[in-house]
Ligand binder design. Sequence first.
Ligand SMILES: [Zn+2]
Length: 410
Amino acid sequence: MAGPSLLLVVLVGVITWAVVLPGDGEDAPYTAPIPTATLVAVDPTGAAESLQRLVAALADGDRASATALAAPDDGATAARLGDLVDVAAAARLSDVTMRYIDDDGGLSADGTWAATVDVGWAYAGFDREPTSTEVSMRFRSTPAGVAIAGIGGGDTSVRTPVWMSGPMQVSRSADLLVVAAVGTDLAAYVRLAETAVPTVSEVVTSWRPRLVVEVPADGAALEAALGTDPGYYAQIAAVTGAGGPVGNGAPIHIFVNPDVFGGLGRAGREVVLAHEATHVATDAPSSQGPTWLTEGFADYVALRETRLPLTKTAAQVAAQVRADGPPSALPSAAEFDTRGPHLGAVYEAAWLVCVSLAERGGTADLAAFYADVSDGTPLDRALRRDFDWSRADLVRAWRTRLRQLPGAAA
Ligand SMILES: [Zn+2]
Protein backbone atom coordinates (compact mmCIF):
# COMPACT_ATOMS: atom_id res chain seq x y z
CA MET A 1 0.00 0.00 0.00
CA ALA A 2 2.66 2.46 0.97
CA GLY A 3 4.71 1.92 -2.18
CA PRO A 4 2.31 3.15 -4.90
CA SER A 5 1.07 6.21 -2.97
CA LEU A 6 4.62 7.33 -2.25
CA LEU A 7 5.45 7.05 -5.94
CA LEU A 8 2.44 9.20 -6.77
CA VAL A 9 3.55 11.92 -4.37
CA VAL A 10 7.00 12.05 -5.92
CA LEU A 11 5.59 12.30 -9.43
CA VAL A 12 3.29 15.13 -8.46
CA GLY A 13 6.23 16.88 -6.85
CA VAL A 14 8.32 16.67 -10.00
CA ILE A 15 5.52 17.87 -12.21
CA THR A 16 4.78 20.85 -9.95
CA TRP A 17 8.43 21.81 -9.86
CA ALA A 18 8.78 21.52 -13.61
CA VAL A 19 5.74 23.70 -14.20
CA VAL A 20 6.62 26.41 -11.70
CA LEU A 21 10.33 26.80 -12.36
CA PRO A 22 10.43 28.03 -15.96
CA GLY A 23 7.86 30.78 -15.47
CA ASP A 24 9.36 31.96 -12.18
CA GLY A 25 6.11 33.61 -11.09
CA GLU A 26 2.80 34.56 -12.60
CA ASP A 27 4.02 37.78 -14.20
CA ALA A 28 6.69 36.09 -16.29
CA PRO A 29 6.19 36.56 -20.04
CA TYR A 30 4.91 33.57 -21.95
CA THR A 31 7.58 31.56 -23.72
CA ALA A 32 7.16 28.56 -25.92
CA PRO A 33 7.26 25.35 -23.92
CA ILE A 34 10.56 23.55 -23.98
CA PRO A 35 10.10 19.82 -24.59
CA THR A 36 11.87 18.13 -21.70
CA ALA A 37 12.43 19.06 -18.09
CA THR A 38 16.22 18.81 -18.35
CA LEU A 39 16.35 21.63 -20.91
CA VAL A 40 14.76 24.26 -18.74
CA ALA A 41 16.63 23.89 -15.49
CA VAL A 42 19.63 25.78 -14.26
CA ASP A 43 22.29 23.07 -14.35
CA PRO A 44 25.35 24.00 -12.27
CA THR A 45 26.99 20.61 -12.75
CA GLY A 46 26.61 20.74 -16.52
CA ALA A 47 27.87 24.34 -16.59
CA ALA A 48 30.91 23.41 -14.50
CA GLU A 49 31.66 20.56 -16.95
CA SER A 50 31.46 22.93 -19.91
CA LEU A 51 33.81 25.35 -18.17
CA GLN A 52 36.31 22.52 -17.66
CA ARG A 53 36.09 21.70 -21.37
CA LEU A 54 36.76 25.36 -22.13
CA VAL A 55 39.77 25.39 -19.80
CA ALA A 56 41.12 22.27 -21.54
CA ALA A 57 40.53 23.82 -24.98
CA LEU A 58 42.42 26.95 -23.94
CA ALA A 59 45.34 24.88 -22.64
CA ASP A 60 45.43 22.79 -25.83
CA GLY A 61 44.84 25.63 -28.28
CA ASP A 62 41.84 23.63 -29.47
CA ARG A 63 39.65 26.15 -31.24
CA ALA A 64 37.13 23.60 -32.51
CA SER A 65 36.43 22.23 -29.03
CA ALA A 66 36.01 25.74 -27.64
CA THR A 67 33.62 26.94 -30.33
CA ALA A 68 31.61 23.72 -29.96
CA LEU A 69 30.74 24.82 -26.44
CA ALA A 70 28.34 27.39 -27.87
CA ALA A 71 24.88 26.23 -28.98
CA PRO A 72 24.74 25.44 -32.73
CA ASP A 73 22.55 28.50 -33.37
CA ASP A 74 24.78 30.87 -31.39
CA GLY A 75 27.48 32.01 -33.79
CA ALA A 76 28.28 35.13 -31.76
CA THR A 77 29.27 33.18 -28.66
CA ALA A 78 31.14 30.61 -30.76
CA ALA A 79 33.22 33.45 -32.20
CA ARG A 80 33.93 34.79 -28.70
CA LEU A 81 35.03 31.34 -27.55
CA GLY A 82 37.33 31.09 -30.56
CA ASP A 83 38.78 34.49 -29.67
CA LEU A 84 39.62 33.16 -26.21
CA VAL A 85 41.62 30.29 -27.70
CA ASP A 86 43.45 32.68 -30.03
CA VAL A 87 44.46 35.14 -27.31
CA ALA A 88 45.39 32.33 -24.90
CA ALA A 89 47.78 30.90 -27.48
CA ALA A 90 49.25 34.20 -28.67
CA ALA A 91 49.72 35.66 -25.18
CA ARG A 92 50.68 32.29 -23.66
CA LEU A 93 48.05 32.26 -20.96
CA SER A 94 48.79 29.76 -18.23
CA ASP A 95 47.11 28.59 -15.02
CA VAL A 96 43.65 29.19 -16.46
CA THR A 97 40.93 28.12 -14.06
CA MET A 98 37.16 28.57 -14.25
CA ARG A 99 35.08 27.68 -11.23
CA TYR A 100 31.31 27.92 -11.34
CA ILE A 101 30.15 29.82 -8.24
CA ASP A 102 26.38 30.33 -8.46
CA ASP A 103 23.63 31.49 -10.74
CA ASP A 104 22.47 35.10 -10.53
CA GLY A 105 18.73 34.60 -10.18
CA GLY A 106 17.67 31.61 -12.23
CA LEU A 107 16.49 31.19 -15.78
CA SER A 108 15.69 34.10 -18.07
CA ALA A 109 12.78 33.99 -20.47
CA ASP A 110 15.13 32.97 -23.28
CA GLY A 111 16.15 29.81 -21.42
CA THR A 112 19.64 31.05 -20.51
CA TRP A 113 20.94 31.88 -17.09
CA ALA A 114 23.71 34.13 -15.85
CA ALA A 115 26.18 32.79 -13.33
CA THR A 116 29.23 34.06 -11.54
CA VAL A 117 32.40 32.20 -12.49
CA ASP A 118 35.69 32.57 -10.66
CA VAL A 119 38.30 32.92 -13.41
CA GLY A 120 42.05 32.69 -12.85
CA TRP A 121 44.84 33.21 -15.37
CA ALA A 122 48.48 34.24 -15.73
CA TYR A 123 50.61 35.46 -18.62
CA ALA A 124 53.46 32.95 -18.70
CA GLY A 125 56.84 34.59 -18.31
CA PHE A 126 55.34 37.82 -16.97
CA ASP A 127 53.01 37.07 -14.05
CA ARG A 128 54.48 35.40 -10.99
CA GLU A 129 51.03 34.70 -9.57
CA PRO A 130 47.72 34.22 -11.34
CA THR A 131 45.12 36.97 -11.39
CA SER A 132 41.71 35.85 -10.29
CA THR A 133 38.41 37.61 -10.49
CA GLU A 134 34.71 36.88 -10.69
CA VAL A 135 33.26 37.03 -14.19
CA SER A 136 29.63 36.83 -15.30
CA MET A 137 28.91 34.17 -17.92
CA ARG A 138 25.68 32.87 -19.44
CA PHE A 139 24.69 29.27 -19.95
CA ARG A 140 21.91 27.35 -21.65
CA SER A 141 20.88 23.74 -21.22
CA THR A 142 20.68 21.89 -24.55
CA PRO A 143 20.14 18.23 -25.44
CA ALA A 144 23.91 18.00 -25.97
CA GLY A 145 24.78 19.43 -22.56
CA VAL A 146 25.15 22.91 -21.14
CA ALA A 147 26.15 25.44 -23.79
CA ILE A 148 28.06 28.62 -23.01
CA ALA A 149 25.79 31.46 -24.12
CA GLY A 150 27.65 34.60 -23.10
CA ILE A 151 30.94 35.86 -21.68
CA GLY A 152 31.32 38.95 -19.51
CA GLY A 153 29.06 41.87 -18.69
CA GLY A 154 27.13 42.20 -15.46
CA ASP A 155 27.34 44.80 -12.70
CA THR A 156 30.42 46.15 -10.91
CA SER A 157 30.58 43.12 -8.57
CA VAL A 158 32.11 41.20 -11.49
CA ARG A 159 34.70 42.04 -14.14
CA THR A 160 35.28 41.24 -17.77
CA PRO A 161 39.03 40.62 -18.11
CA VAL A 162 40.50 42.29 -21.19
CA TRP A 163 41.52 38.95 -22.71
CA MET A 164 37.91 37.74 -22.40
CA SER A 165 36.36 40.93 -23.78
CA GLY A 166 36.58 40.29 -27.53
CA PRO A 167 39.07 39.65 -30.33
CA MET A 168 42.60 40.63 -29.35
CA GLN A 169 45.95 41.33 -31.00
CA VAL A 170 49.05 40.29 -29.12
CA SER A 171 52.71 41.28 -29.21
CA ARG A 172 55.16 39.35 -27.03
CA SER A 173 58.87 39.83 -26.48
CA ALA A 174 61.16 38.91 -23.59
CA ASP A 175 60.22 41.93 -21.46
CA LEU A 176 57.05 43.29 -23.04
CA LEU A 177 53.59 41.85 -23.58
CA VAL A 178 50.88 43.95 -25.21
CA VAL A 179 47.33 42.60 -25.46
CA ALA A 180 45.26 45.06 -27.46
CA ALA A 181 41.68 44.86 -28.72
CA VAL A 182 41.24 44.50 -32.46
CA GLY A 183 40.68 48.01 -33.78
CA THR A 184 43.33 49.60 -31.55
CA ASP A 185 46.83 50.39 -32.82
CA LEU A 186 48.88 47.50 -31.42
CA ALA A 187 52.13 48.56 -33.10
CA ALA A 188 51.88 52.06 -31.65
CA TYR A 189 51.38 50.72 -28.12
CA VAL A 190 54.36 48.39 -28.55
CA ARG A 191 56.56 51.29 -29.71
CA LEU A 192 55.47 53.49 -26.82
CA ALA A 193 56.04 50.76 -24.26
CA GLU A 194 59.46 49.98 -25.72
CA THR A 195 60.33 53.65 -25.31
CA ALA A 196 59.01 53.71 -21.75
CA VAL A 197 61.14 50.81 -20.50
CA PRO A 198 64.56 52.55 -20.73
CA THR A 199 63.07 55.84 -19.51
CA VAL A 200 61.99 54.09 -16.32
CA SER A 201 65.05 51.84 -15.97
CA GLU A 202 67.36 54.84 -15.90
CA VAL A 203 65.76 56.03 -12.66
CA VAL A 204 64.39 52.83 -11.13
CA THR A 205 67.67 50.98 -11.51
CA SER A 206 66.53 47.92 -9.54
CA TRP A 207 63.78 47.15 -12.06
CA ARG A 208 64.10 44.01 -14.13
CA PRO A 209 61.72 45.08 -16.88
CA ARG A 210 58.60 42.98 -17.27
CA LEU A 211 55.78 45.01 -18.66
CA VAL A 212 52.24 43.95 -19.55
CA VAL A 213 50.05 46.51 -21.34
CA GLU A 214 46.38 45.71 -21.79
CA VAL A 215 44.31 47.77 -24.21
CA PRO A 216 40.56 47.09 -24.17
CA ALA A 217 38.34 48.30 -27.01
CA ASP A 218 37.11 51.44 -25.24
CA GLY A 219 36.59 53.18 -21.91
CA ALA A 220 33.54 51.07 -21.07
CA ALA A 221 35.57 47.89 -21.59
CA LEU A 222 38.30 49.33 -19.35
CA GLU A 223 35.76 49.95 -16.60
CA ALA A 224 34.38 46.42 -17.06
CA ALA A 225 37.92 45.00 -16.79
CA LEU A 226 38.59 46.91 -13.58
CA GLY A 227 35.13 46.54 -12.04
CA THR A 228 34.46 50.26 -11.64
CA ASP A 229 31.39 52.39 -12.11
CA PRO A 230 30.69 53.77 -15.59
CA GLY A 231 32.60 57.03 -16.09
CA TYR A 232 35.10 56.34 -13.32
CA TYR A 233 38.02 56.50 -15.75
CA ALA A 234 36.45 58.96 -18.20
CA GLN A 235 39.33 61.44 -17.66
CA ILE A 236 42.07 58.84 -17.33
CA ALA A 237 44.31 57.81 -20.25
CA ALA A 238 45.76 54.76 -18.51
CA VAL A 239 45.80 53.13 -15.11
CA THR A 240 48.16 50.69 -13.41
CA GLY A 241 46.66 47.93 -11.33
CA ALA A 242 45.57 44.34 -11.09
CA GLY A 243 42.95 42.65 -13.24
CA GLY A 244 41.41 41.37 -10.01
CA PRO A 245 41.57 42.36 -6.37
CA VAL A 246 44.99 43.88 -5.53
CA GLY A 247 47.14 42.00 -3.02
CA ASN A 248 48.46 38.47 -2.55
CA GLY A 249 50.98 39.05 -5.29
CA ALA A 250 48.34 39.92 -7.90
CA PRO A 251 50.23 40.91 -11.07
CA ILE A 252 50.32 44.63 -11.83
CA HIS A 253 49.67 45.64 -15.44
CA ILE A 254 49.04 48.83 -17.37
CA PHE A 255 45.46 49.24 -18.58
CA VAL A 256 44.90 51.83 -21.30
CA ASN A 257 41.72 53.83 -21.88
CA PRO A 258 41.85 54.22 -25.66
CA ASP A 259 39.05 56.80 -25.60
CA VAL A 260 41.31 59.26 -23.75
CA PHE A 261 44.71 57.97 -24.84
CA GLY A 262 43.76 58.30 -28.51
CA GLY A 263 43.20 62.03 -28.04
CA LEU A 264 46.73 62.67 -26.78
CA GLY A 265 49.63 63.84 -28.94
CA ARG A 266 52.77 61.77 -29.35
CA ALA A 267 54.62 63.38 -26.43
CA GLY A 268 51.59 63.00 -24.17
CA ARG A 269 51.31 59.31 -25.02
CA GLU A 270 54.98 58.74 -24.22
CA VAL A 271 54.58 60.50 -20.88
CA VAL A 272 51.49 58.47 -19.97
CA LEU A 273 53.11 55.12 -20.80
CA ALA A 274 56.32 55.99 -18.93
CA HIS A 275 54.28 57.25 -15.96
CA GLU A 276 52.36 53.97 -15.77
CA ALA A 277 55.51 51.89 -16.35
CA THR A 278 57.05 53.68 -13.36
CA HIS A 279 54.09 52.51 -11.27
CA VAL A 280 54.70 48.95 -12.49
CA ALA A 281 58.46 49.14 -11.87
CA THR A 282 57.94 50.35 -8.29
CA ASP A 283 54.85 48.23 -7.53
CA ALA A 284 53.00 51.45 -6.77
CA PRO A 285 49.68 49.81 -5.82
CA SER A 286 51.36 48.37 -2.70
CA SER A 287 53.26 51.57 -1.83
CA GLN A 288 52.79 52.91 1.70
CA GLY A 289 53.75 56.42 0.58
CA PRO A 290 51.36 59.34 0.08
CA THR A 291 49.59 59.66 -3.27
CA TRP A 292 51.41 62.88 -4.18
CA LEU A 293 54.70 60.99 -3.98
CA THR A 294 53.50 57.97 -6.01
CA GLU A 295 52.01 60.17 -8.73
CA GLY A 296 54.62 62.92 -8.59
CA PHE A 297 57.48 60.44 -8.85
CA ALA A 298 55.88 58.68 -11.83
CA ASP A 299 55.54 62.03 -13.61
CA TYR A 300 59.08 62.99 -12.61
CA VAL A 301 60.42 59.83 -14.26
CA ALA A 302 58.20 60.25 -17.32
CA LEU A 303 58.99 63.94 -17.80
CA ARG A 304 62.68 63.88 -16.88
CA GLU A 305 63.94 63.73 -20.47
CA THR A 306 61.04 65.53 -22.06
CA ARG A 307 61.49 68.68 -24.05
CA LEU A 308 57.95 69.78 -23.29
CA PRO A 309 57.97 73.32 -21.87
CA LEU A 310 56.53 74.21 -18.46
CA THR A 311 53.76 76.06 -20.26
CA LYS A 312 52.56 72.58 -21.29
CA THR A 313 53.55 70.43 -18.31
CA ALA A 314 52.44 72.84 -15.58
CA ALA A 315 49.82 75.06 -17.21
CA GLN A 316 46.90 73.92 -15.07
CA VAL A 317 48.61 74.37 -11.73
CA ALA A 318 50.06 77.70 -12.89
CA ALA A 319 46.53 78.92 -13.59
CA GLN A 320 45.46 77.78 -10.15
CA VAL A 321 48.38 79.57 -8.50
CA ARG A 322 47.54 82.71 -10.47
CA ALA A 323 43.95 82.56 -9.23
CA ASP A 324 44.41 81.38 -5.63
CA GLY A 325 48.12 81.52 -4.77
CA PRO A 326 50.18 78.38 -4.16
CA PRO A 327 48.55 75.73 -1.95
CA SER A 328 49.65 75.78 1.69
CA ALA A 329 49.97 72.00 2.10
CA LEU A 330 51.08 69.05 0.00
CA PRO A 331 48.25 67.55 -2.09
CA SER A 332 45.89 65.22 -0.19
CA ALA A 333 44.88 61.79 -1.47
CA ALA A 334 41.30 63.03 -1.98
CA GLU A 335 42.49 65.58 -4.56
CA PHE A 336 43.55 62.66 -6.80
CA ASP A 337 39.99 61.36 -7.15
CA THR A 338 39.72 60.36 -10.81
CA ARG A 339 36.55 62.41 -11.16
CA GLY A 340 37.92 65.45 -9.32
CA PRO A 341 37.55 68.90 -10.90
CA HIS A 342 41.27 69.84 -10.76
CA LEU A 343 42.81 66.48 -11.51
CA GLY A 344 45.33 67.83 -14.04
CA ALA A 345 46.49 70.59 -11.71
CA VAL A 346 47.04 68.26 -8.75
CA TYR A 347 49.15 65.89 -10.85
CA GLU A 348 51.26 68.83 -12.00
CA ALA A 349 51.58 70.04 -8.41
CA ALA A 350 52.70 66.59 -7.23
CA TRP A 351 55.23 66.42 -10.06
CA LEU A 352 56.68 69.76 -8.94
CA VAL A 353 57.07 68.46 -5.36
CA CYS A 354 59.33 65.75 -6.79
CA VAL A 355 61.10 68.27 -9.05
CA SER A 356 61.81 70.34 -5.92
CA LEU A 357 63.27 67.27 -4.20
CA ALA A 358 65.40 66.34 -7.21
CA GLU A 359 66.67 69.91 -7.45
CA ARG A 360 67.81 69.61 -3.88
CA GLY A 361 69.32 66.12 -3.90
CA GLY A 362 69.41 64.76 -7.44
CA THR A 363 67.52 62.00 -9.19
CA ALA A 364 69.21 59.13 -7.36
CA ASP A 365 68.34 60.62 -3.96
CA LEU A 366 64.76 61.13 -5.06
CA ALA A 367 64.56 57.49 -6.20
CA ALA A 368 66.02 56.28 -2.89
CA PHE A 369 63.61 58.51 -0.95
CA TYR A 370 60.68 57.19 -2.99
CA ALA A 371 61.71 53.59 -2.27
CA ASP A 372 62.14 54.25 1.46
CA VAL A 373 58.78 55.94 1.88
CA SER A 374 57.04 53.30 -0.25
CA ASP A 375 58.49 50.65 2.04
CA GLY A 376 57.07 52.36 5.12
CA THR A 377 59.74 54.79 6.35
CA PRO A 378 57.84 57.78 7.81
CA LEU A 379 57.96 60.74 5.43
CA ASP A 380 59.55 63.21 7.84
CA ARG A 381 62.32 60.82 8.79
CA ALA A 382 63.11 59.97 5.14
CA LEU A 383 63.07 63.68 4.20
CA ARG A 384 65.56 64.47 6.93
CA ARG A 385 67.81 61.53 6.05
CA ASP A 386 67.83 61.90 2.26
CA PHE A 387 67.54 65.70 1.90
CA ASP A 388 68.21 67.18 5.35
CA TRP A 389 64.83 68.87 5.04
CA SER A 390 61.80 69.17 7.27
CA ARG A 391 58.36 68.91 5.70
CA ALA A 392 58.04 72.72 6.09
CA ASP A 393 61.31 73.13 4.15
CA LEU A 394 59.90 70.99 1.34
CA VAL A 395 56.59 72.88 1.24
CA ARG A 396 58.46 76.21 1.19
CA ALA A 397 60.69 75.14 -1.74
CA TRP A 398 57.69 73.75 -3.60
CA ARG A 399 55.64 76.92 -3.14
CA THR A 400 58.54 78.99 -4.46
CA ARG A 401 58.74 76.66 -7.48
CA LEU A 402 55.02 77.07 -8.09
CA ARG A 403 55.19 80.88 -7.89
CA GLN A 404 58.00 80.90 -10.45
CA LEU A 405 55.99 78.95 -13.06
CA PRO A 406 55.32 80.80 -16.30
CA GLY A 407 51.81 82.17 -16.07
CA ALA A 408 51.61 81.79 -12.28
CA ALA A 409 52.00 85.50 -11.52
CA ALA A 410 48.82 87.58 -11.54
ZN1 LIG B 1 49.65 57.41 -11.79
